[in-house]
Write a protein that binds this ligand. Structure first.
Ligand code: 5GP
Length: 171
């Protein structure tokens, strides 16, 4: 597999991150955010996003991965859980990409069980046409077509996460 056509340049990514952070900062005015990043994919986006948010913020990570071969069951494995209690907090769950929606639906349900004061979701990329379950998304970076993308945290067999842009993958 090789890196194909560029979908979003670094400049375009940075301006979208800034826009999302401004919306989030304004929506959470007077509140404190507890941001939860989903590793590994969201690591890069998460680091950029939280640094551009201007309201008080603390964060933690959750390490999760979905079994693609068992897509329809929605089985998601949590390899590493939050270390902090989220009870009564304004939680912002941050993911790199939403595809079928199964991963985010599963994670939302897991976090809601822990009684946060509020829970919102932020995804950088949305493959809307692939959705098979309904998940509320509060903040979306870009809607993209149903094609595999890499870069800016997104991988293919663990590679390409460090690309500073987002590109399609070509066979
Ligand atoms: P979902 O559970 O919504 O079907 O899938 C979400 C997960 O699938 C993402 O966190 C990501 O790991 C993976 N994924 C879906 N589409 C892509 C893609 O185009 N590129 C990469 N690198 N991962 C993807």
């Amino acid at each position: 597999m090789e890196i194909g056509k560029k979908l979003f340049t670094t400049r375009k990514i940075q301006s979208k991150v800034k826009e999302l952070a401004q919306r989030i900062s304004s929506d959470y005015e007077g509140k404190e955010i507890f941001a939860v990043g989903v590793l590994k994919g969201a690591a890069i986006f998460f680091a950029d996003l939280i640094r551009a948010i201007t309201v008080p913020l603390t964060f933690d990570f959750i390490i999760a991965s979905s079994y693609k071969k068992m897509e329809t069951t929605g089985y998601v494995n949590i390899y590493g859980d939050l270390r902090e209690d989220i009870t009564g907090k304004h939680v912002l769950l941050v993911e790199d990409i939403i595809d079928t929606g199964l991963t985010l639906k599963f994670l939302r349900e897991k976090l809601i069980e822990r009684n946060p004061q509020s829970l919102r979701t932020c995804v950088f990329l949305d493959k809307k046409e692939r959705r098979i379950v309904d998940v509320p998304i509060d903040y979306t970076g870009f809607e993209i077509p149903d094609k595999y993308v890499v870069g800016y945290g997104l991988d293919c067999e663990s590679k390409f996460r460090n690309l500073p842009y987002i590109a399609f993958l070509e066979p």
